[in-house]
Design a protein around this ligand. Sequence first.
Ligand code: UD1
Ligand code: UDP
Length: 371
Amino acid sequence: MKVLTVVGARPQFVKAAPVSRALRAAHEEILVHTGQHYDESMSAAFFRDLEIPAPDVNLEVGSGAHGVMTGEMLRRLEPVVLEHEPHGVLVYGDTNSTLAAAVVSSKVAYGGGRRPWLAHVEAGLRSFNRRMPEERNRVVADHLSDLLLAPTDGAMEHLAREGLGDRAELVGDVMVDAHAWAAERADDHLPAVARELDRFVLLTMHRAENVDDPSRLSAILSGLALELPVIFPVHPRTRAVLGATTRLPANVVPIDPVGYLEMVALEARAHAIATDSGGVQKEAYLVGVPCITLRSETEWVETVDAGWNRVVDADPGAVAAALADHEFMNATRPRPPLYGDGHAADRIIAALERLDARIRGTHPVQEATAS
Ligand code: UD1
Ligand code: UDP
């Protein structure tokens, strides 16, 4: 089986790492990087830390408005798919790279009307907030895909409700696989800034709805003026906004974005984590650190139901209140394995093999559905 994987942004490198490793044990993978993230600390650091093979192709699309970025990805990816003629294409998550790869794969046709199948890892997530670009990207990717690889029961239910249940499989969350692999290697990677501290809060923030809205951003930042130090690896989108307009509270220590092993080490040592990231909410749960989510809703509702995550929106008093809440900060409450057993990657490969056999075995060519 020949699979073309498309990644482009930081969380996709993390998700693809375990799947790529499992896939390459028995199959051929063409790894395409769209170039959506390109700074050393946003891209190369992840390939190094997670031991991901170098991309076979880098489309070098870089930053831009949604239409420009997505359009360039469509234009540059199509000839790559046509050149390699993979049996299938694998996409991850909900970024513009996901959207572009899903659109190209579902429309491209090889000789004889054959086309590649399309499989979506982390399918079925919904915030039910259509203002988020990620929500629009993931809905389109799900509806275009032949195989929906869902991380949770909740994701399976969303897919069933949208009429996609017969294409969906529950495989667990690949971020559990990635985290377990990294946790075994992260001990020596705690950044120097954290080594001297007994207690700190770890902060990440990059969502457009938070950092591109000055009043919301200043409300969130004012709520981070705490007694405790706050270590803040700053995403480049956020760096651009902070540099121009905003001052950080004195206890907030901004640092460059960190590599994955450093991040896993920071998360494990944090007293609490405040974040608007999707992946970081789950990682907080995996290491048993209370998480305060700086958004109005979350896709990862299981962490909230389990008592480990509090969604506080941009309420300036809510972070201090959460830290002072002994019940919430009690790190001994149960943590059932909400996101699977760390073998999602193996289940994904098995599901891809079944899909590929069905499409190429019983029907030697999959007819193009586009007219
Ligand atoms: C993207 C994803 C988001 C994901 C996040 C992970 C979309 C619509 N958004 O958001 O879902 O949670 O990645 O981090 O796909 N920049 C750099 N260097 C880089 C990358 C970005 O300086 O290596 C700066 C540029 O100014 C760029 C801005 O960050 O315009 C935003 O980057 P972009 O990829 O558009 O969106 P993210 O906020 O990173
Ligand atoms: N991450 C990292 N270094 C950082 C910030 C995040 O390694 O400085 C990792 C984090 O541990 C998680 C992933 O990047 O695995 C999440 O990416 P991000 O928050 O950018 O995107 P989201 O998950 O919100 O889409």
